[in-house]
Design a protein around this ligand. Structure first.
Ligand SMILES: [Zn+2]
Length: 295
């Protein structure tokens, strides 16, 4: 009995000393709980905020999601990244990899998963001027050029956050929670509605939802008088159907600054603001962004 106790004790000492030497020579991986995912819900069209504690050992952070690499620059006391669950995403489990570049030039990875559930979006029939459903041949070049222009604008990549705290509602009025509606114009099916509409009288001032740089201020065929603001890191807000635009491309705007007035230009049924959010090309419900805290 004595001999076997000695063997157990010897083994225990050996194990402990082996463990100590392992701790001396190799650093522990960074713990999973330094990465925090926040969201309103996990459906297509929702924004997900990823914040990573800014430990002194971490030099920079990247997030990998659906084949794209997102930079996560430091904002206040965290590294901040915003990803979007596009309106067209299918139900499933989507991996998120957080890549932590450390002071000693090594890289740690923390893996998370997002389970995106399906959501049924309603069908809506609308009646507008036929020229906005089947445009005449004379405007086909204009529509193509404008579509290319918008595509080029959404490809702009500003490497720093321009946002100033939480996003805010750009105008007071009657909000329609109609993001994702399957639109049928004049009995012809068209694309899903990738924003929300806020009804308000013509001339009501519309504000920038957050700080940023105006990257488009034009009168476009479908969206009428339109403003797009770049909030950095591939996050854009789009405001359509103004009666009057009060900013120009290149302007830096503060959160709450007037950018235009409510109108009914483009494909509309009446005066309102169409407000959309894009995150690295993903179509996002602006209300999901309003629910996130950036202070
Ligand atoms: Zn709309």
């Amino acid at each position: 009995m004595k001999a076997s106790r000695c063997v157990v004790l010897f083994c225990l000492i050996g194990f402990l000393s082996a463990g100590m030497s392992w701790q001396d020579t190799e650093e522990k991986p960074l713990p999973d709980d330094i990465v925090l995912l926040e969201y309103r819900a996990l459906f297509p069209g929702e924004a997900v905020k990823i914040s990573i504690n800014s430990l002194p050992i971490i030099k920079s952070v990247q997030v990998l999601f659906r084949g794209k690499t997102y930079e996560a620059p430091q904002k206040s006391d965290v590294f901040l990244c915003l990803i979007g669950l596009d309106l067209g995403m299918k139900e499933g489990i989507y991996p998120v990899t957080v890549r932590l570049h450390k002071e000693d030039r090594t890289v740690d990875e923390i893996k998370k998963e997002i389970y995106v559930k399906t959501k049924q979006f309603p069908v809506k029939k609308l009646w507008v001027k036929e020229e906005f459903v089947t445009p005449p041949q004379s405007v086909s070049n204009r529509i193509r050029e404008e579509s290319e222009l918008i595509g080029a604008v959404y490809d702009i990549h500003s490497p720093e956050w321009r946002i100033d705290g939480n996003f805010v509602l750009p105008v007071k009025g009657q909000m329609f929670f109609n993001f994702g509606e399957k639109r049928i114009y004049n009995n012809k099916p068209r694309s899903q509605h990738s924003g929300i509409d806020i009804s308000s009288p013509t001339g009501t001032p519309v504000m920038a939802s957050n700080a940023g740089r105006v990257v488009l201020a034009n009168h476009l065929y479908f969206s009428g008088k339109t403003v797009i603001i770049d909030h950095g890191l591939g996050v854009f807000s789009l405001y359509c159907h103004f009666s009057n635009i009060s900013v120009e491309g290149g302007d830096e705007v503060e959160k709450g600054e007037m950018i235009g007035k409510i109108g009914a230009t483009g494909r509309v049924t009446g005066p309102h603001l169409h407000w959309s959010i894009k995150i690295r090309g993903s179509r996002i419900d602006p209300n999901s962004l309003l629910s996130l805290n950036f202070k």
